[in-house]
Design a protein around this ligand. Structure first.
Ligand SMILES: Cc1cc2nc3c(=O)[nH]c(=O)nc-3n(C[C@H](O)[C@H](O)[C@H](O)COP(=O)(O)O)c2cc1C
Ligand SMILES: [Fe+2]
Ligand SMILES: [Fe+2]
Length: 397
């Protein structure tokens, strides 16, 4: 693919797929790649909405040239978001089209200066401002901290097209189809949730504010900067982002455990068995040592039940579990039915740290918390199973 696709009369997707980058933001694995979506509006005035990561600039320019031949002018570049996966080709575009005016809000202007030294031909817009292009008009709505301070969306009023930036986006390169009715939406959803939970989730309350603010708009198409363009059912992606940002979990349980020699793992099996006793089939088990944290965060965001189990190590919590709970706290995930268990040999420290994590967050702790010395006794095993059963009962309520 990787050539332009019309999304409305005179409006084109001119994004690129990235199947090369291993880690998004140097952190998050991209086994299915990611797309950087950019859009072109050809009207009396010609406007580009967001650009692409610099690594794909050559291909990006070729697409742009196919629609706006050399010598023709691009009037506006609308910058909804300044993260370099979208701002990476701004400098190049200004070089290619010297008359171009860059449009953003006051916070965008600051970042344009700080990242690229761009201060000239910048037009600052405020919330609600409009930009007539001819038949089409863009209206700007500020959506701060979704997930950067300058983030905004651009709404095209005649076609009711929402250029939403990272909001409503997801991981997963576009494989031929770019629209929701051309792709396997269910397949994409895993990666959209992973994107949401890893990148945007911390700012869930700002996503809620943005959704409330956009509620007054009639939206025919949602065109985000990553992943599919939603023209068939834009309500679906709105609904997913809405539920995820309200910390609503599905009926299911993720068990994240660490274990060096199998003792804690054995307790985890007993918890899982307890869940099964009470009819929970949606059980996802992850070793914190071998599953990338990106997926741990995703599944914690997906399911209402979260069980954490780990040994004591160096007088504290097992390091990969430490990292996981630190990230959960940072991402501000809330309102999970939380189960805890662990092991120690002499000093203890693992379960104690898990308990303080539970105390510090907005969790619904399910008893018993089970702590075994070296090896789970039959009574410990029974308690683990009870923990699973109780959590399952709470899940049903
Ligand atoms: C490298 C290592 C460091 C440990 N450090 C501590 C410790 O500081 N305090 C403690 O109470 N137990 C400590 N333990 C004991 C473990 O918590 C205990 O052996 C437990 O059974 C491990 O569970 P596992 O079989 O699931 O790995 C340590 C064990 C290992 C292997
Ligand atoms: Fe971003
Ligand atoms: Fe992005």
């Amino acid at each position: 693919m990787d050539s332009y696709v019309p999304i409305a009369d005179g409006v084109f997707w001119i994004g690129v797929n990235d199947r090369e980058t291993a880690l998004f933001e140097g952190l998050w694995p991209l086994p299915r790649g990611v797309s950087y979506n950019s859009y072109l509006i050809v009207d009396d005035k010609v406007a580009v909405v967001d650009t692409v990561k610099a690594m794909k600039a050559d291909q990006y320019v070729a697409q742009l040239r196919a629609l706006v031949p050399a010598g023709k002018q691009i009037d506006y570049l609308i910058v909804n978001h300044m993260e370099p996966d979208h701002s990476g080709s701004i400098t190049l575009l200004r070089d290619l089209y010297p008359g171009i005016t860059v449009i953003g809000n006051d916070k965008t202007a600051k970042l344009l200066a700080d990242f690229f030294g761009i201060t000239e031909n910048v037009q600052v817009v405020a919330d609600g401002d409009t930009l007539p292009l001819g038949r089409r008009t863009l209206q700007f709505h500020l959506t701060p901290m979704v997930h950067w301070p300058e983030t905004m969306v651009s709404y095209e009023t005649s076609g009711r097209l929402l250029f939403s930036g990272d909001a409503f986006g997801g991981f997963g390169a576009l494989a031929g189809g770019i629209f929701d009715d051309e792709v396997d939406v269910a397949y994409f959803e895993d990666e959209i949730l992973r994107y949401f939970s890893n990148i945007v989730g911390k700012y869930a309350n700002m996503v809620q504010k943005a959704i409330a603010k956009l509620a007054g708009l009639e939206i025919a198409v949602i065109a985000p900067t990553h992943g599919p363009v939603w023209r068939h059912n834009p309500g679906h992606i709105l609904d997913l982002y809405d539920r995820w940002s309200r910390h609503e979990g599905e009926a299911g349980v993720v068990l994240a455990y660490g274990s060096m020699y199998g003792n804690t793992c054995q307790m985890m099996e007993a918890v899982a068995r307890g869940l099964t006793d009470e009819g929970v089939s949606n059980v996802r088990i992850h070793s914190v040592s071998t599953t990338h944290i990106s997926y741990l965060i995703r599944d914690a965001w997906r399911y209402r039940g979260l069980v954490l189990g780990a040994p004591t190590y160096d007088v504290g919590l097992y390091p990969p579990m430490s990292f996981f709970i630190e990230m959960l706290a940072r991402k501000k995930l809330q309102r999970r039915l939380l189960g805890l268990f662990g092991t120690y040999g002499w000093s203890g420290g693992g379960v104690k740290t898990l308990r303080s994590f539970a105390d510090d967050g907005d969790w619904d702790l399910v008893e018993p918390v089970v702590e075994a010395r070296c090896h789970a006794t039959p009574a410990d095993q029974e308690n683990c199973r009870l923990l699973g059963q109780r959590l399952a009962q709470r899940l049903r309520e």
